[in-house]
Design a protein around this ligand. Structure first.
Ligand code: GLA
Length: 671
């Protein structure tokens, strides 16, 4: 929340999506009373209200929204007022059937759900800007409105549309990228391959379903286009809101999830006054606390400081095959873990559990069971916790470690026709993030071309695609004295997905002091043993490659398989720094041991020298004090050295603070 337009809601904002239009108005008074009881300070309203706000084209009915906003204001609750453009009404699609999205296989999808519009549809854009503009004009001066919530989760259900309108928009985007030079596109895409050469821009289509694999660069440019196309809708709406209300901050809720990779948020975040995230637990993730932390650290990095958690859940969601409920205390730990990593607002989907509609089995702050429920009790308690943490707002997390995160690299890695179809960017990043999370080491995420000078250690767990600038930036960091570690199959291709010739890992051969002449991906289930400076039972999966050392020293070797005796992990000292290469995916214990050694090279210390197992430790630094967050995931409780005041209980801390089993402690440490 570093923009000039900041949120004028005090402390750590607290609330959720509020959909009063789904309820008779008699219920609203109870909503207000209970929101006050829970300490709710802001709610997200109007997100899916288009059909009610604009019953027919150009005819607006704001009466209900007037009453909702007045009621919120009368109760001292701020509104994050949404443009309802994620759910166009049925009348819109009947009038503009060409705005329905078409999938890869050429099927036109129907309306009757949400986000079924083509991002390139001129009719959609016009209609969205009209309703956004009308809302902005009507409510710019309304005292309840503290923030604009543009759309909802761009690209969640319609990240790509393959219709003819989208094809035309794609061509316009390509003409801009290749400065109207079709030969430049042909060279960038390598279209001499398989007779794909284009003689006319009109020949270019979206990468619709084909029998054999499509061109990789074509697909990569398509991903870039799809992200930019939605971003242009977002900024157009934002601008119409800003015209009417120049001082009200605008956000749109991003989604950092393992299952969502459609948008390049490095390009999105700078367009937002406040960066916000939606994060949900995957029921099949046994360590979702790590996923929360990774997502939160990435958000703080995108925001360049504090941010908001715009959605998470009090309990189970309704969109996974089986939807796991949260364990006792888990929701509180989840929420406070986000605060620990820079969230200055904690929100849920949604306030009141729905009676009807596709999300009737989704948890909420006020469950179907009402206030006589564990969830309600926990929601009220969390409100009090956040109130007690008000002074934490605005403080940041200082990290000495950066992990390189890049959407181009992610998209390219997961294209078809790779040496292995088993490579998943976020899993590879999480592998390396996990030991740092366990050790309580703060981490930022950075682009490959970021200013790295403030870091001691930079990790690139997976950077298949990197341009020359990014590669030189990372190499320069190591040469100037930093510690760099690079994961397998990195540096392999340039920004056009063209292989760097002369051996792998392409762009990083010199800085790593290695040269690989052949890749040996492992089959699912296949395991190799490792020897050398690794634990006795060290093993690896997923990947191996035949490395020749040019100037690096070996740290570990493959012990079996066709590469037995060749290096698997190497260390090099280019210039005044250190550069590690991990040419395989070590088992978690081995990776953790390696990460400890890599950290030693960089002299990176954790927040606590020896954190008990399962205790998440993060420090937020403020102007007058630091805030030590201690979150017990192991259920064992902990005694931790600290001095100051424990904010959740208000009790002074002299020498040691007790973290209750499964609980949280936050110690204010005066400077
Ligand atoms: C998303 C949406 C919400 C709701 C939740 C359910 O995050 O933004 O409207 O559908 O998922 O988990």
């Amino acid at each position: 929340m570093t923009s000039a337009r900041s949120l004028r809601v005090p402390g750590i904002a607290y609330g959720g999506d509020y959909n009063p239009e789904q309820w008779p108005e008699e219920v609203w008074a109870e909503d207000m009373r209970l929101m006050r009881e829970a300490g709710v300070t802001m709610v997200n309203v109007g997100i899916f209200s288009w059909a009610l706000l604009e019953p027919s084209e150009g005819v607006y009915d704001f009466a209900r929204m007037d009453r909702i906003l007045d009621l919120l204001h009368a109760n001292g609750i701020a509104a994050d007022l949404a443009t309802p453009t994620a759910a166009p009404p049925a009348w819109f699609f009947r009038a503009y059937p060409g705005s329905l999205p078409v999938d890869r296989d050429g099927r036109t999808l129907s309306y009757g759900s949400r986000q079924t519009f083509c991002p390139s549809s001129p009719a959609y854009r016009r209609a969205a800007l009209c309703i956004a503009g009308a809302l902005a004009e009507r409510y710019a001066e309304h005292p309840a409105v503290a923030m604009w919530h543009v759309h909802n989760e761009y690209g969640c259900h319609n990240a790509a549309c393959y219709c003819d309108t989208s094809a035309a928009a794609f061509r316009i985007w390509l003409r801009a990228r290749y400065t109207d030079d079709l030969d430049a596109l042909n060279h960038a895409w390598g279209t001499t391959f398989w007779s794909q050469w284009y003689y006319d821009w009109e020949e270019i289509l979206p990468p619709r379903a084909t029998g054999a694999p499509p061109n990789p660069t074509h697909q990569l440019d398509w991903r870039r286009f799809c992200s930019d196309e939605l971003l242009s809708l977002c900024t157009a709406e934002r601008d119409s809101l800003r015209r009417a209300a120049p001082d009200i901050p605008a956000t749109t809720n991003l989604m950092v999830l393992r299952t969502f990779d459609a948008l390049d948020y490095w390009r999105w975040a700078p367009e937002l006054d406040i960066v916000s995230n939606d994060h949900y637990l995957m029921s099949d993730d046994p360590e979702s606390d790590i996923d929360i932390a990774l997502s939160a650290d990435l958000m703080r990095s995108l925001a360049g400081g504090p941010w908001m958690l715009m959605e998470h859940s009090t309990g189970a969601v309704n969109w996974q095959p089986v939807n796991r409920a949260k364990h006792p205390g888990e929701m509180r730990r989840n929420a406070l873990a986000n605060v620990a990593r820079g969230a200055d607002g904690i929100f849920f989907f949604q306030w009141r559990a729905a009676k009807a509609g596709a999300e009737q089995w989704h948890s909420a702050m006020l469950p179907h069971a009402g206030t006589d429920s564990r969830i309600w009790h926990d929601v009220v308690r969390l409100g009090a916790d956040l109130d007690a943490l008000a002074e934490v707002r605005g403080s940041t997390v200082d990290a000495q470690v950066a992990i390189v995160w890049d959407w181009d690299a992610r998209w390219a890695l997961e294209l078809p026709s790779q040496p292995s179809g088993e490579l998943r960017f976020q899993d590879l990043v999480r592998d390396w993030y996990t030991p740092l999370w366990r050790a309580g080491v703060a981490v930022d995420f950075v682009r490959p071309d970021a200013d790295l000078d403030r870091y001691r250690l930079v990790l690139a767990p997976s950077l298949y695609l990197v341009d020359a600038t990014g590669a030189a930036n990372l190499a320069g960091f190591a040469e100037r004295g930093g510690t760099l570690a690079v994961g397998f199959h990195s540096g392999a291709v340039d920004e056009n997905c063209h292989v760097r010739m002369g051996g792998y890992p392409g762009a990083f051969r010199d800085v790593l002091g290695v040269r690989t002449d052949e890749l040996f991906p492992l089959l699912p289930g296949q395991t190799l043993r490792l020897t050398g400076q690794v634990p006795a039972d060290a093993s690896a999966t997923l990947w191996s490659e035949r490395i020749r050392l040019t100037s690096a020293e070996p740290v570990a070797f493959f012990a079996d398989g066709p590469l037995a005796g060749t290096p698997a992990v190497t260390r090099h000292t280019p210039g005044s720094g250190t550069a590690w290469y991990l040419a395989t995916r070590p088992d978690p214990a081995t990776l953790s041991a390696l990460m400890d050694r890599i950290r030693k090279d960089a002299d990176v210390q954790p927040v606590l020298s020896a954190a008990p197992h399962g205790l998440e430790v993060v420090r937020r630094s403020g102007t007058d004090a630091d805030y030590l967050f201690l979150i017990d995931h192991a259920g064992a409780g902990a005694e931790v050295p600290a001095d100051g005041v424990e904010l959740l209980t208000g009790k002074p801390v002299c020498g040691t603070v007790t973290v209750p089993a499964g609980g949280v402690a936050v110690v204010r440490e005066p400077h």
